[in-house]
Design a binder for this molecule. Sequence first.
Ligand SMILES: *Cc1c(COP(=O)(O)O)cnc(C)c1O
Length: 402
Amino acid sequence: MGSTSPVVVATSSAAAVARRQIPFGRPMIGEAEREAVLRVLSGSTLTHGPLVRQFESAFAQFTGAPHAVAVSNCTAALHLALLALGLNHGDEVIVPAQTHVATAHAVELCGARCVFVDSEPITGNVDPDAVEAALNNRTRGIAIVHYLGVPADVLHLREMAREYNLFLVEDCALALGTRMAGVHAGLHGDVGCFSFYPVKHMTTAEGGMIATRHARLAEEVSRTRAFGIDRNIVSQRQLPGMYDVQQLGFNYRMNELSAALGIEQLKRLPEFLAARRHNFTRLRHALAEIEHVSVLPSEVAGGESSYYCLQLLLDDVLRPRRDRIIEQLAAAGVGTSIYYPRPVPEMDYYRSHYPTRPGAFPVAARLSHQSIALPVAPHVSDEDVDYMAAALRQVISKELGS
Ligand SMILES: *Cc1c(COP(=O)(O)O)cnc(C)c1O
């Protein structure tokens, strides 16, 4: 690799502008969040308190979920959800090749097997025809991701799940604010799992949420997130420290500090989502005339995206230069990311557990190797958007030697 001399970014008027520093993600923590966390610290209840329940109700209200159960992160949410749906050793679950490893790990953690399927090329979401082709008599369910917050074809997948008597789990880690046919992501299938990791749409530092239409499933995950302790016995117990346990469980609870953050962040979520949409639209416009790149569309019929990022796709001319372009953008102060660096079945762990033939997931591989994710989160200003577009234009023309 040659050296990457810093790009001096020029605006359209050709005047060099001051270098900016635009991280891919930055948590939007304000005074209200700081005060809420300090209030918890000034009290004596750090866990098992009222704020987790309050956060759950507020989240249920925002999404329209009949039941919401807060947990320690989205991976824990997926794990608890799959166990509650009865996933067992030897069972199979359809999993997209192009997703965060957490979707697949949760299946593995239950002792079940992933059957990976490729994406459809327009949105990067799982291809329902590929899902149907992968079903067999060991298939128990379908786990999908709403790739980058663009709604997957959940109406079709839900029908398929019904027809074959399978469960449908939605990994909604990037899909807070995503809707299809007016219904929030996570509520089409049996369970939706959300993440509040710092770069997501809102944060609790670490945190997750399980949203579901099924009361029994919500009760089950409420128990298994806390050792499997029987809740009724806890509330009825006469002596401190007395309880009974009827099943295996985890310690996957959310704490009160995280819930306090979550309650404040949720109040700002509509504003965060509007900012993402605005930034996405402005950036897509600004990039429209750059050759050799295209933008993965964020609009699908009947759906609303959560605009997690703007996914650039490089053509075959620029493909070999993808990593150099990322390095030069970083040198110009533009933070980027890759979703995801390899198709999950091509990650070492999965390659050693699941023999797959090379090139088995061409769409997922193209997304892994030819894409660059640009930030559109609320920390990004209009000036940042214009700067990113100018920087990209310059980096690309430098790479093409023009
Ligand atoms: C971030 C992410 C996860 C993991 O979320 P955690 O809260 O960090 O466990 C899972 N799935 C997808 C699609 C993600 O983007």
